[in-house]
Design a protein around this ligand. Structure first.
Ligand code: ZN
Length: 314
């Protein structure tokens, strides 16, 4: 019996396409972006389990696998870069762009896999599956400001955006003026037009705010969220996200000083953050977000406040 792979491809600009890589048929959650110049660049692969869907997306877009020059990932969390190793086995000429700190974990993903299982639990890691190693000669250890050109004025510029992780980078696409922020700008719940934080430990508020300033300074025309899809009003969204992160840490800091429990602090965040309040039902019903991800974000804000206090400028 032939296996029919369901996937959806959306044209966002003349040269930018979104492939919904939908692990386990979980739609509108993980995006991979295909950028067409003379050659092709891919931003984010999704997890290893999603690679067949991404490959059929490329086929649907008439992309020859030989023409893919770059696979750029914002960071190596399984939902963003877990598929890199599996994907490049199919792309004879592609180089992988990743933050330099993450290179060893792509070459040898065993530790990343073990940690992911501990942090995310069995259900989610089984949904994402284990990452395959990437041959070192395929990897470009990226630095802030590096630019990668695929022709026809389509270029990706690396913008180092630490905070969500210590090896996170975003990509500015010079032709559209849009940004691929990975997890640096939160999770955009397109269905309800709300952004919720993704701040698992070891989240750094100080680094996140500096990263958001860097992205705002580029005055982007659009955000292409990995979770999920294109959004306009980019600068307002980035500013709002910075305020949301500050609010979370200030609630966490206040709660810690008053010896409140994790649950009390989480509930306070839920009632004080208007966006999160709008998202509660959606998040609770979501197989991945509703499980551990939201609690992890609260945990990240708490751990940061515990260690550094409320450092955000008032
Ligand atoms: Zn992440």
């Amino acid at each position: 019996m032939a296996v029919h792979v369901e996937m959806s491809v959306t044209r966002l600009e003349d040269h930018i396409f979104l492939v919904d890589v939908s692990p386990g048929e979980l739609h509108n959650f993980i995006a991979s972006y295909v950028l067409k110049g003379k050659r092709v660049a891919i931003v984010e692969t999704g997890p290893a389990s999603s690679v067949p869907k991404l490959l059929s997306g490329l086929k649907k877009l008439n992309v020859s696998l030989e023409d893919v020059a770059y696979v750029a990932v914002t960071h190596i969390h399984l939902d963003h870069g877990g598929g890199v190793g599996t994907l490049v086995k199919n792309l004879p000429k592609a180089k992988v762009i990743v933050h330099r700190v993450a290179v060893p974990h792509l070459v040898n993903p065993e530790k990343l896999w073990q940690q992911s299982k501990e942090v995310l639990g069995k259900e989610i890691t089984e949904l994402y599956r284990d990452p395959e190693p990437v041959p070192p000669e395929r990897i470009i250890a990226a630095m802030d400001g590096m630019t990668f050109d695929v022709g026809n004025d389509v270029r990706l510029r690396v913008v180092e955006t630490l905070g969500h992780a210590s090896h996170h980078q975003s990509y500015y696409e010079t032709f559209s003026g849009g940004i691929f922020p990975g997890d640096a700008a939160g999770i955009y719940l397109k269905d309800i037009d709300v952004v919720v934080p993704t701040t698992p430990p070891p989240f750094r508020l100080d680094a996140s705010l500096a990263s958001l300033e860097k992205l705002i300074a580029l005055n982007p025309t659009a955000l292409y969220y990995s979770h999920f899809g294109k959004a306009t009003g980019a600068v307002e969204k980035l500013r709002a996200y910075a305020n949301q992160l500050k609010l979370w840490v200030s609630i966490a800091d206040h709660g810690l000083r008053n010896k409140q429990s994790f649950e009390a602090i989480r509930d306070k965040i839920l009632e004080s953050d208007e966006s999160v309040r709008k998202a509660v039902k959606y998040v609770k019903a979501h197989p991945v977000l509703g499980g551990v991800v939201f609690d992890h974000s609260v945990q990240g804000a708490l751990k940061f406040a515990e260690k550094y206090g409320d450092v955000s400028p008032k």
